[in-house]
Design a protein around this ligand. Structure first.
Ligand SMILES: N[C@@H](Cc1ccccc1)C(=O)O
Length: 391
């Protein structure tokens, strides 16, 4: 069970966490934490909905098959398109954030002023190749990196907690453009709580044991909440919301100012390594899924040519995005929220509504129609927020 909890928390906790302070800085710390709690509720509830659907459709089916069984080809199409957009958007965002940290590193360690576009290419050609090496490799590498990342997070939070100044915490939200600030924050927070793509695998792994699965999903989604709240406290509480807001979504600016606060040089190293690992683990995890998904879609042959072709389809679109929107780390994570709403809110609601009419035995999430209506509405709010920000 511990391993399964780690899979849930590990899928959720990623580079989205780095974007949280940048996205919520202007709200003030208490409203930001409240937003986190509400979105956590949505994320936990919808994961249970997906569990219900999965258990009633068949243990061992993947998400695509489940959607096909209940909603037919049309549902599968919406789901496939959403999944592809989600993975492309996440890859593009991680690439943008990762390459901006690479530029920062080149400057700090070797005094080289690395061109941003060159950094994007280097990042893709090194870490992007891992996806093509396959799951066994990625599994080993990301297990080690993820454990190191959590250790570094504990050190970072431990050393920055005493530096929190109550005066920073007390600063109220920035008043002007308040609605816009909320609209920009909501989708990014939502993406950072996403993990639901691993549910079908867990159901198969735990052989459909409903009680254990329920526990795994609830604990696994609460761990990110804890980490995120601590992370917001040590970022907004030390550097200050107003200051972080003025970075305009720049991840290197956030990391540099956190490093300035740490009094010992080794703590400052831990902070930058933590950010690197968060990005790298997310990047290799997501590109692996994207690579596999594309190779399935295009029915690529497992020859060298086939692999090169799949690799190019996987990486060219996100690379182009990272090259032309170099400041897009937070913004593109916001975009990822739109397909995510379809995958984990709208489609599961439709499936549950259809299935509850026909099947009544087995596991069912509490809350009935009112709860479904409420999360459905919240899903619509998330999409509306992102559209307002983008248009
Ligand atoms: N929560 C992940 C992003 C993600 C969303 C949806 C599914 C999987 C991963 C992050 O913070 O980086």
């Amino acid at each position: 069970m511990l391993g399964s909890i780690a899979i849930v928390a590990g899928t959720a906790i990623g580079a989205g966490m780095l974007a949280l302070p940048l996205a919520t800085a202007a709200l003030g710390i208490i409203p930001a934490i409240l937003l986190l709690v509400v979105i956590w509720g949505v994320s936990a509830y919808t994961s249970l909905l997906m569990l219900e659907v999965n258990l009633r459709t068949g243990v061992g089916d993947n998400l695509h098959a489940i959607t096909g069984k209940i909603l037919g080809k049309r549902g599968q199409l919406i789901q496939g398109a959403s999944f592809l957009s989600l993975l492309f958007a996440l890859t593009a965002a991680y690439l943008t954030g990762g390459s901006s940290l690479l530029v920062l590193k080149a400057e700090a360690m070797f005094g080289i002023a690395l061109d941003n576009q060159l950094a994007v290419v280097i990042f893709t050609l090194t870490l992007g190749l891992l996806a093509a090496f396959g799951v066994a490799w990625v599994d080993k590498v990301s297990r080690i990196l993820f454990s190191l990342m959590i250790a570094l997070l504990v050190i970072t939070v431990g050393f920055l907690l005493p530096e929190i100044s109550p005066s920073q915490m007390a600063i109220a939200a920035i008043e002007e453009g308040k609605v816009d600030l909320w609209m920009a924050a909501i989708p990014v927070v939502f993406t950072s709580f996403g993990f639901h793509v691993c549910i079908a695998t867990l159901v198969r792994y735990l052989e459909g044991d409903a009680l254990t699965l329920r526990k795994v999903l609830l604990i696994g989604s609460t761990l990110p909440l804890l980490c995120y709240v601590l992370w917001l406290l040590v970022t907004l509480g030390t550097v200050g919301g107003e200051q972080i807001h003025s970075f305009g979504g720049s991840l290197p600016a956030l990391i540099t100012s956190l490093q300035d606060i740490a009094s010992q040089p080794w703590v400052s190293k831990c902070i930058s390594l933590f950010a690197d690992f968060a990005l790298v683990t997310s990047f290799i995890g997501v590109t692996l899924s994207l690579y596999d998904f594309i190779s399935e879609l295009t029915r690529a042959k497992s020859t060298i040519m086939g692999r090169v072709q799949t690799w190019l389809i996987t990486f060219v679109p996100p690379v182009l995005c990272a090259l032309y929107i170099p400041e897009g780390f937070v913004a593109v994570l916001g975009f990822a929220a739109v397909p995510l709403v379809f995958i984990i809110i709208f489609l599961p609601i439709v499936m549950v509504l259809k299935q509850r009419k026909e099947v009544t035995e087995g596991y069912q999430v509490c809350g009935g129609k009112p709860a479904l209506t409420l999360v459905g509405l919240l899903g619509a709010v998330i999409i509306a927020a992102q559209l307002m920000v983008a248009l």
